[in-house]
Design a protein around this ligand. Structure first.
Ligand code: P6P
Length: 281
């Protein structure tokens, strides 16, 4: 798998350059989830696909920006689902954005994810690799990534990141969020999944929630290239991830662009979600 991590490093150096000078305007197209594609999304996707196509161990890829699975090497061992530049619209207001990669074997399902990588493009470029039951962070210095630290979550944290808008929350979710504010949690939410989840990991824990809402009953975040990679990362860091009733990595996928409600956090906070949801749904 090392050649895949090296490929992601190479792509990330290129994507940083695109962010620095790229046109942040809208393209004429929409992706499969109906999001208007920014030129940054498409440019980042092209960089990643071009580099992945040179890696013999990659059998096929799924991109948030492309409708179908893209076959690469018949004899390849790995499948990769990725979001090339999640939260790309935040570049316009100079906030951090990120790429997310899920590495699968045999099939694009939660049970088959074996590793995850995300890259945060912020004041610094940092890459986090979840593999072999641990989470390691690297930082980009002069075009090369250097190991910084392992990441582990405390049993309980202090941050809550609350997706969507209160108007669209179901009542049981509002009960959960209000309870956390009463318990003194700090609201930390930028609207970028990658920096928001990176912050909770680095600040020791808490909860990121994007529930099923009145406008998106099945949630907004995509299973294969957003939820499952972060679910694996949080579990390997000693935390947990759920869809509100069960483990996130037990969610069944029927289509490669499926979404799911999702909660990522320290064990204490995920237990709180399951408790409140069980009592109030
Ligand atoms: P909302 C960005 O568009 C994104 O896909 C994720 O990065 C982020 O967590 C979420 O949507 C934000 O959605 O509805 O809270 O603005």
């Amino acid at each position: 798998m090392n050649e895949i991590f090296e490929a992601i490093k190479k792509a990330s150096v290129e994507i940083q350059k695109i962010i620095d000078v790229g046109d942040t305007g809208k393209s004429e197209n929409e992706n499969s989830t109906g999001d208007t594609q920014l030129k940054l999304d498409i440019a980042s996707d092209i960089v990643i696909e071009k580099i992945f196509a040179t890696i013999p161990s990659i059998k096929a890829i799924v991109s948030e920006e492309q409708e179908a699975i893209v076959p690469l090497n018949e004899d390849g061992e790995y499948l990769i689902a990725y979001d090339p530049l999640d939260g790309s619209s935040l570049v316009d207001v100079n906030l951090s954005v990120g790429s997310i990669y899920g590495i699968y074997k045999n099939d694009f399902t939660a049970q088959n994810i074996i590793a995850a990588v995300y890259v945060v493009f912020g004041p610094r470029v940092e890459m986090v690799v979840a593999a072999d039951n641990c989470v390691k962070m690297y930082r980009l210095f002069n075009n090369s990534f250097e190991y910084i630290q392992d990441i582990t979550l405390n049993e309980k944290g202090t941050i809550t990141a609350t997706g969507s808008t209160q108007m669209c929350w179901p009542d049981h979710h509002r009960i959960l969020v209000n309870k956390m504010f009463k318990d003194g949690y700090y609201l930390r939410y930028s609207g970028g999944m990658v920096p928001d989840l990176h912050q909770i990991l680095l600040k020791g824990g808490g909860l990121f929630s994007y529930p099923g809402t009145t406008d998106k009953p099945k949630g907004k975040l995509r299973q294969l290239f957003e939820v499952f990679p972060f679910a694996l990362t949080y579990e390997f860091a000693g935390g947990a991830a759920s869809d509100g009733s069960k483990r996130a990595l037990d969610v069944e996928t029927t289509h490669i662009h499926d979404t799911t409600p999702c909660f990522f956090g320290s064990k204490d906070e995920i237990n709180k979600v399951l408790e409140v949801y069980k009592e109030n749904v």
